[in-house]
Design a protein. Structure first.
Lengths: 471, 471
């Protein structure tokens, strides 16, 4: 209004050279980087390349304290530029992809375990602590941090919270949200607020920690989190079983989950198995159309051990072969195909990893439908994933240099998402929406999408926090 | 603005005779009642009488469908009167207490189990289904609805969701929020919106089902819910152990939760035990200062059964006596003191049942502090509850006809809440805030309270839905 106003205006979208005033405003936000070569490495996460927008940040900051994160958020707000928070950058949906002119706030240097309270069965960590590092620290106290995304060796707790990451053992032990007790969040206005409870139960106020979990940085930046730990589980046994049809394997899954609670229940299909055997011949017969892997950490009921019951149920469903082992090393050996599933598919081309979940009885229909889509669209799709909670990862393999193949891959991907919705499922079980799935949100959420937006607008009226993602 | 406007104005606060236009607007909302004798019975929940406001409703509606709930909410909104939803009225915090001139929406007639999907391990229910009724229906399919508030024989799933009810087995199996997959909610503007996911995992959009859970009807009215079921747990064993000091019992709890996951871990103190033995002599020795009850549904690890390990840990912590049983009837017999705890205290006077939770290592300090408060305030306080997750119910017993006793009881109650906060805890572990704990929210939540309010304001700008409760 007044001409004396010297506050810099908002950065123009697409502006590539950061304004000196923004950089000056970022002083105090930790390590501040404007070097384009470094920024280039912070433009995108691990989502399939070439499909999603990834802008050029005006600046990268690598804070080490909450106060530094607050400085960064306030500076971005003052300059009207977006803030894009980033953990390890291992996300698969573009949630951490940069926006032109934004400030990327990488939490990688906030990697301190603040407190491991063994008596309280909690850990308080900065967001940049790697999942497996927390796991190791907990194990040293005879405790366990359960959420185990496949990325656990490199993904961070902050990123896990942002996406509400799942994993293999969540079929029994829950996802990240189930482990999150409370967190400190830097909001769009730069305030640092603690939400949730340090106690294992607590109903005072709305469940804001749960709301933050899975919000992909659109409501604020998690700068500290208190998570619950569990006693280390009892020793586990492992099963692998092969089936000559997906229907038989689906029946085995249905029978198992209705009777017992395996700590892992994974499935992979024939296409995936073939890719695995091309990478490493494991001796699976040609007629194997599905492999099921299970682990059990429960003991015996009425004299029958849980893992043996699981084996019986597999055999009754028509397993062509089933083996069980109580030995950890042997257990790893008989499930190696599951570990190799994604690397084996990646080796065959560029991959577009989907992440849909359907109600349990619909898993066979999902698998059959994906096979049809692969034929119809003339693409290779290997499917594997968490059969025990209906969350599968159909993975479209294509040649990214072949424009037609890219189109077919994308069409197959969209068809899989549409199929999951048709079956009463969700467009994302655990990877998050990011940029990859926003187009499908209206179909899934209906009016609920607007309710989420109303929260976003109330907490972040200027829309600074990771705009365009998640909701 | 225009004098031709014939829309009725908002009801005045305190107005006791419902306007004919409001009643006319409620036509189509199911059974509509304006009879003061009936309304009287719908004014309050089971919170300690005399301490909390309970207004006179303008009308009660007992809808049987979502559409009828929508009619009621829209009519209330049009007349500017509050809506107070109500389940079984068994809440303990005044969350269902009426407000002068409000419309009470009782969900008691929406008591249909819409679908029990045994293969999908889900149940879809109307909100008025009683917890135990759902449990029985699930058991008929060999399945289990885990959340087990003490009120499970009469409280409803809708009420359980409104308060995010806990229970005994939630130490291992989680609270209501952990069981809630999705729900349909009638919002302040009368829209019915489905939030959450039917799948066991799902990260599309914010976690709005989690947000609704525990919001005590302040964001909307749950008109249908899909909850997850589990396979029936394996057979359980039961332990009871006595201790000559609270410190020893606290040490036993600490040792147990760090090693294993009992499916129940309850404690009661000497005052409670004395009240129980006055009601029914159970032969506990006079020197017993604490009793611990545990159940285990896990099997053996390395040959040692979990229940036996729990017993060993109790004995090592100085238990004066410990017994274990694998028999269900015997298990009930050795834990009867826990079932009688609250009835026995209720028999001794009017009770003010508190519900605080503290971090696990603070349980002994909480118990010792409550003993001090009882002496300082010259009141009787019996404490029992869910030691395994730090959620205790110190119960102040007083004579409600003695004005001074009422003041001392209230002061003791407030001192317990303050103590819990001092110990890093929460003012409510599972009963909800209702009207009873709103005064303590600022002390616990700080800025997070405003974040909750911003959501409330965004979803319910006129403040129609159960105003003054929960947040």
């Amino acid at each position: 209004m007044a001409s004396e106003d010297t506050t810099p205006g908002p950065a123009l979208p697409g502006q590539r050279s950061p304004s000196a005033t923004l950089l000056a405003g970022l002083a105090g936000a930790g390590d501040v980087v404007a070097d384009p070569d470094v920024l280039e490495a912070y433009r995108r996460d691990q989502a399939a390349p070439g499909l999603l927008a990834a802008g050029m940040p005006a600046a990268l900051v690598r804070p080490t304290t909450t106060a530094e994160v607050q400085v960064a958020v306030r500076a971005a707000a003052a300059h009207g530029v977006p803030v894009v928070p980033r953990g390890a950058g291992s996300g698969l949906s573009g949630g951490a992809n940069a926006i032109d002119g934004c400030v990327v706030v990488s939490l990688e240097r906030m990697d301190r375990i603040v407190e491991l309270d063994a008596a309280g069965l909690t850990a308080t960590v900065q967001p940049g602590v790697v999942n497996a590092v927390l796991g190791t620290a907990a194990a040293a106290e005879g405790l366990w941090y359960a959420p185990d995304p496949a990325s656990r060796e490199f993904s961070t707790i902050g990123g896990n919270i942002a996406t509400n990451a799942g994993g293999l053992c969540c079929v029994k032990y829950g996802v990240t949200r189930d482990a999150l007790l409370s967190c400190e969040v830097v909001l769009a206005d730069g305030r640092a607020v603690r939400v949730g409870h340090r106690t294992r139960k607590g109903v005072a106020g709305y469940d804001l920690a749960g709301l933050i979990c899975g919000s992909e940085g659109t409501l604020g930046i998690v700068t500290e989190a208190t998570v619950r730990l569990l006693p280390a589980p009892p020793r586990s046994s492992t099963l692998a079983a092969t089936f000559s049809s997906l229907v038989d394997a689906g029946e085995a899954v249905a029978a198992i989950v209705r009777r017992v609670r395996p700590s892992m229940l994974e499935l992979l299909d024939r296409t995936t198995l073939q890719a695995v055997q091309e990478l490493e011949p494991l001796g699976y017969e040609d007629d194997v159309h599905a492999v099921l892997f299970a682990r059990s950490d429960a003991g015996a009921d009425a004299g029958l051990r849980e893992i043996e019951l699981i084996q019986e149920l597999c055999d009754a469903a028509g397993a062509t072969l089933s083996v069980v082992s109580d030995d950890e090393a042997e257990g790893r050996a008989i499930t190696v195909a599951r570990q190799l599933a994604y690397p084996a598919l990646e080796r065959k081309g560029t991959t577009l990893l989907d992440d849909v979940a359907v109600p349990l009885p619909q898993v066979p229909a999902l698998l059959a439908g994906v096979e049809r889509i692969a034929v119809d669209r003339d693409v290779l799709i290997g499917t594997f994933g968490h059969a025990g909670d209906g969350n599968m990862h159909p993975t479209v393999v294509y040649d990214h240099r072949d424009a037609d193949a890219v189109l077919r891959a994308r069409a197959a991907f969209d068809a899989i998402v549409a199929l999951a919705l048709e079956l009463g499922g969700t467009v994302s079980g655990e990877h998050g929406v990011g940029l990859l799935k926003t187009a499908h949100l209206d179909a899934e959420l209906g009016d609920a999408r607007g309710l989420g937006r109303a929260i976003k607008d109330a907490w972040d009226p200027a829309g600074t926090m990771n705009p365009g993602k998640a909701i």
